[in-house]
Unconditional design. Sequence first.
Lengths: 411, 299
Amino acid sequence: MTPTLVFDGVWKRFRRGGAHDSLRDLVPAAFRRLIGREPAPKADNRHFWALRDLSFQVAPGDVLGIIGGNGAGKSTTLKILNRIMEPTAGVVKTSGKIGALIETSAGFHQDLTGRQNVFLQGAIMGMRKAEVERKFDEIVDFSGIADFIDTPVKRYSSGMNARLGFSIAASLEPEILIIDEVLSVGDAAFQRKAFARIKAMATAGAPVVLVSHQLERIAELCNKAILLEAGSVRASGRPIDCINEYLHGKAPAAPTQDELAGIRFDSVTAPDGSTLLSGDELTIIVQGTADLETPPSTWMPACRIIDVRTGNDVYAVTGFQRDIPLPVRGEFKYRLTFEMNVAPGAYDVSVFIWDSVLLTRPIVGPPIRVSILERHPFYGVAQLKTRWEAPKTGVPEMASIEADAERWRIA
Amino acid sequence: MTVSVANGTPEPIAFVRQRHSVVSIVRELWDARDLVTQFVQRDLTIRYTQAVMGLAWALLMPLLLIGAGMMFRIVLATLSNTSLSAVSVASLAAKSLPWAFFSAALSAATMSIIGHSSLIGKVYFAREALPLATILSQSPDLAIGLVILTVVFPFVGVSLSWAALWIVIMMILLLIFTVGCALLLSCANLFYRDVKYIVQITLNFGVFATPVFFEPQMLGPKGAEFILALPLSPFIQAMDVAMVHGHNLLTSATVVTAKGPVVVWAPWMLGYAAGSAILLLTVGLLVFRRASTRFAEMA
């Protein structure tokens, strides 16, 4: 099918600070330049390219996921696609009405009621008044806040705000759909409902472009993906390939280790592979050398696991709790095994020396990145060992539960 | 020709930019008329339901302006040992309305883009809707003022003639003129944040650069010629000539003073008003549209 959305050699240049944005600065500077007292600022250093020769196409029925780190150019791409910004060079072709699920309550006015805001936000998103009137009941129904629809939105919780905004955007019937990180709106029940709606919209046949840091969502929704890095496409094709490239392609930079500190981590490896299913065991081997004159009594070997998406520690442990001594002299080697009961995603495993008094990490080894894939779907950040029991036949009397243990099947 | 940038990738050569004509912009704005209506409705709802004074709010600015003008005229009358006639008070009131509108609408509209910067960075819509709606939401004040004058004038001895209908045309032209100014100033204020101060100062003192507080004939024949050639004068002067004195704007109006006859209205002023309004709107629309592609980067 002919693509209805084409990016062809798109470039976008931004200006770094340092420019005049008041006449008070501009006028004297222009005058100084005019009389030759100050050279014109060089253009080179004041600009940077957010997108470099970006090309992709999306045909009807395609759902394209865009992934990449912060500053890779995802938002800029969406903004150009959504006509909020103009490319510095290149061609962008779109045909049809563009609907965007981005910051869906951006146009709300706090002093207006929910009802008034539905009409205002609907108009901002390009809906005619008659169209909003026709869909009004559906929008309010979906948001689940019918009781508060005539209350000013300043009295809404942030969740209600977001739910109403999402419901308005979800009633759009766009010919091209753009979705940016709206997958985490409201509570868990609303999120499931919203995700089902997005899935329905995305599979309705219109071309879709989706940006999300929830990589498993990209894998689930998209049939194509591109991986952006520094404004260019680093990989494109199947979502799962792009996700793997994103998670493993770039090893995290090794921090410099102070030679004088007396302990050096030489290598950190995962001999059984660094891609595993949630719940599997991860083994890492740490090798290093130590040459400590007077080993500080407050130091201990330690290791932590960081969620790449959030930057938060998922788990940290020191050798002290396990009677693992601080290496003092010569080569040393540890093996650590974790049961990775964590949500799917990318994690950095980082070994370091912990100072338990100063609460610092005087020595940090090279981190190793692992990616966890989904085994059984679950919500949340950790997979807890669960035993789920149900009666073999019928519902037993409460009193007989203890006694009739043999009538229970263990899952 | 290619130029190397930092990482060695060649710089692009082709720069593609969408062309806009006044017709295409106006058509897009027409398609966005429901959006403009919603913005106006929002502004009016907030202004009239929030302010305790309600309707009085619409009259406050013109009344203050009339009060200031009265002070000015009483001082002048006292100095020249004459009395202030009811007709000149009526004409002061009539001339204050378009100025109060222009001043309030322009200062609000100058802030309209920067006041919506977060929205501009997130959603695409015809950005012209913002200054346009801000100005439209000020126009009920002008309309209410005109209605009140129409009702009150017969009681103070000013009888209205059919010529007063010229005011409708002149006020529509003033609206267009104001929209043109607002388009230019609202985007200038986004790029240069101190434009709002310059606008405020100009509006504060600009009242003396238009014949609001005084009458052109007070300046003598040469002075009147000069003051009438200033851009806002036709809109102000038409209130006095057509509404208070019932003069047809298609013919000249002359006042005989001690220094000889002074022209206080000439037919070319009609063309001047229409021409400047249309020209400002055209330039405003084109410049605004051209600049609006960079709004999201500035906001």
